[in-house]
Structures are given as C-alpha cells and as structure tokens.
Design a protein around this ligand. Sequence first.
Ligand code: DIR
Ligand code: MN
Ligand code: MN
Ligand code: MN
Length: 298
Amino acid sequence: KKISIVGVPCDYGQQRRGVDMGPSAIRYAGLQQRLTNLGYEVEDEGNIQVIEGDAAAQKDEKLLNLEEVIKVNTALAEKVFNVVKKDYIPLVLGGDHSIAIGTLAGLSMKYKNQGVIWFDAHADLNTPETTPSGNIHGMPLATSIGLGHQRLTSILHAEPKIKAENIVIIGGRSIDEGERELIKTRGIKIYTMHEIDRLGMTYVMEETLKYFKQLQIDGLHLSLDLDALDPLYTPGVGTPVAGGITYRESHLAMEMIQESGLMTSAEFVEVNPILDERNKTADVAVALIGSLFGETLV
Ligand code: DIR
Ligand code: MN
Ligand code: MN
Ligand code: MN
C-alpha cells in the first residue's frame, strides 16, 4: 500500500491559463493526509518541471505548444516508469489532460495489456487532422493508441501505449465528428450521459469492470477529467459542459473501481483554480481520490 504523488503543472495543452496551479490546489485540499489516514505510505515526488518555450517558434496551429507538451510528457513518462518500477501506485495530478500522454507512456513500460477508464465529458480522441481547436488536451487518447504527431506517439517507445479496445470512456457528452468516427471504426467503448441516465451508474460500472476482467488486463488506469462531473460540482475546469455526472454518481464509480481490486494507477486533471470557486473543484478531486483509494462511509 504505497502511493507516489506526481504533480504536473502544465497548461500547454489548452489555452486557458491557471490549470498549471491544479497540483497545488489539490495538495492544499488535504490530499496527503487523506491518503495516510487510509493507511497508505505516501511519497510526494513534487512537480515535473514544465519548461516555457519560445512563443514565437510556435507555428503549427493544429498542435499548439507542441515542443512544451513533448518535453513535459517525456519527463513525466520517465517519472511514472520509475514510480511503477519501485512498486508504488502512481497518482498523477494535472495540469491539463495532455499529460495523460506521458502517464500512459510511462505505465506502458510495465503494463502490456492495460485497461483505461477515461472519465470525461470529452473523448480526447482528436488528431492534428480532426482537431477543432489545436489543443493537445483534446488528443491524448488518440495519441496513446498511436494516432497523431509522430513525436507525441513515440514518447519512450514507438509502440501504441494502449489498445483501442482496452478503453472505456464514461461521461461523454461533447464528442467531435472525427472522434465519433474513431469510436466507431476502432470499437472504442463509451458510456455517454445517455447510457448513464438510462442504465444508472451502478450498471455502467458493473459492465465496465466485467469487461476489463474479460480482457484479462494486467493493470487499470483511471484518467479522470474533472469536467466529467456536472459544472455544478466542479466549476473550476477550462471546458465545462452542462448535464454531467453527479457528485454521488462519481463517488459510486470510484468506490466500485476500488472494490474491483483492478486499479493500479490514477490521474486527476483539468483543475483550474482561477476558474474555481473557493477551491471547490480541488476539494471534489480529493474527495473522489479518497473514495478511489478505499474510504467508506462507515
Ligand atoms: C475539444 C475539447 N474536443 C477539442 N476537448 C476537451 O478541443 O479537441 N477535452 N476539452 O478535455
Ligand atoms: Mn479530457
Ligand atoms: Mn474534458
Ligand atoms: Mn479538458
């Protein structure tokens, strides 16, 4: 029962400043105490260094801040690999969602058949060809299955970091045309808000976890974008979308992931303190992390 916290103060994957302060906001919401209370040995690795680039050198409007995003994700991938090598559970704090590129690259060095739960209002399956924004935080899942800019898909090694069929997206409600196409052609599993409304979160999580057991995954990563929740609960995100997952539903999902015993790593991203209300979104992140790591009501 050992957890390593890795902060990634990166805001280069999108265009709203402030998400680089996410790791501090989550730490100040009492993260470490929450985990030690559960009996974990917790090590805080501090933050990955995020190097500012030459703004004038940025020319590709389909891949904004590409050089910075490559640098931070390469450093993060190496760090995550080191954490899993010494048998700690990586808990990565964003930063914008582009950092999942590095997290998944690092994890792929140990887990050859890892499953990924992508808790998000978005599918993050854009490529430089399909992106409506040029924001790399809309591309990490596509990148991790090997699609997109070669320098992003080849961090640590040239192989895809995950298989398309090992992905389950939960909470989707803002999906772009190119992403829809990929979901269909690659057979990516998604439970949109429609399915969550119709089937209930209990059923959705039961199906998801059953699916991963069938796949005989050797590791399960949870990548949680705080915009998966309704902005009522997590207003401090860069791209809020109405009609999201509730506070209770998201806790239930975390508790069911814990109960499954499958989870081997997690990341919490897109907390932007500038857009937040009294650190509400970071507080929710820490409460969810508590449930994910085994807090129960009694
Ligand atoms: C949109 C927004 N699909 C894009 N993506 C976001 O820019 O690619 N992902 N916000 O979290
Ligand atoms: Mn996302
Ligand atoms: Mn999102
Ligand atoms: Mn986002």
